[in-house]
Design a protein around this ligand. Sequence first.
Ligand SMILES: Nc1ncnc2c1ncn2[C@@H]1O[C@H](COP(=O)(O)OP(=O)(O)OP(=O)(O)O)[C@@H](O)[C@H]1O
Ligand SMILES: [Mg+2]
Length: 196
Amino acid sequence: MLSKTMNEISLHILDIVANSIVADAQHIAVHVQELSKTDRFIVSIRDDGRGIDPKILPAVADPFVSTKPTRRAGLGLSLLENACTSTGGKIEVQSDFRGTVVTAIFRHSHIDRLPLGDLASTIMALVASNPGLAITYRHEVNSDLFEFDVNQLSEWFPDLGYEALFTPVVLQWLRRYLEESIELLRRRAHAQTPSR
Ligand SMILES: Nc1ncnc2c1ncn2[C@@H]1O[C@H](COP(=O)(O)OP(=O)(O)OP(=O)(O)O)[C@@H](O)[C@H]1O
Ligand SMILES: [Mg+2]
C-alpha cells in the first residue's frame, strides 16, 4: 500500500513539493523544525504557486479531493494528514492566489512519528529536477539552524555556467554538503542538550 511506502517524512516533503510544482510555483521554501523541548516536529512547505482552488480548499486533505485530470483521488495531503494525526498532530493548509503553505505538525516523541529520512537526497533531487526553481531550505534543531538557498550554488561555483550547476558532479557535492550540514546541526544540538 502507498501509505506503507511513505515511511519517511522526506518522502512526504517530495510529494507535497510536487503539488507546488504543478501549481507553477517559482519559489518553494522547505522548513523543518525539530523541537524536542516542546515535543513538536514541524515541517512546512511554502510556495508562490497559483493557490488551491477555493472550492476544494476546505476538504483538500480528503483522499477523494483532487484536481488531477487523470484520476479522482488525491492522496498526497491525506497521507500526510494521517501521518500527523497518528502522532496526535495535525496539518494546516493556508492558500490563496498568492500561494500555499502546508504545515505538518507531528508530536516529536511519539512512537509513530516517522523518521525524517534522507532529506539531503530529497533536496538535491528537487534542485536537480527543477533548474530555475528558487528553492530555499531551512532546518532547525531546537535553537540551532542551517539554511540553504539554491542561489548559493552560483556564488560558490562562480566559474561554472548556470547549466553546469545541475550536472552530477555539483549535485553529488551538494548532497554531501547537505548531509554533512544536517549531521553537524544534529551534533551541535545534541551537545547542547543536557543529558538526563
Ligand atoms: N501547493 C498547491 N498549490 C495549488 N494547489 C494545490 C497545492 N497542493 C494541493 N493542491 C490542490 O489540492 C489537490 C489535492 O492535493 P493532493 O496532493 O492531496 O492530491 P493530488 O496532488 O491531486 O494527487 P496525488 O498527491 O495523489 O498525486 C490537488 O489536486 C490540487 O488541486
Ligand atoms: Mg499531490
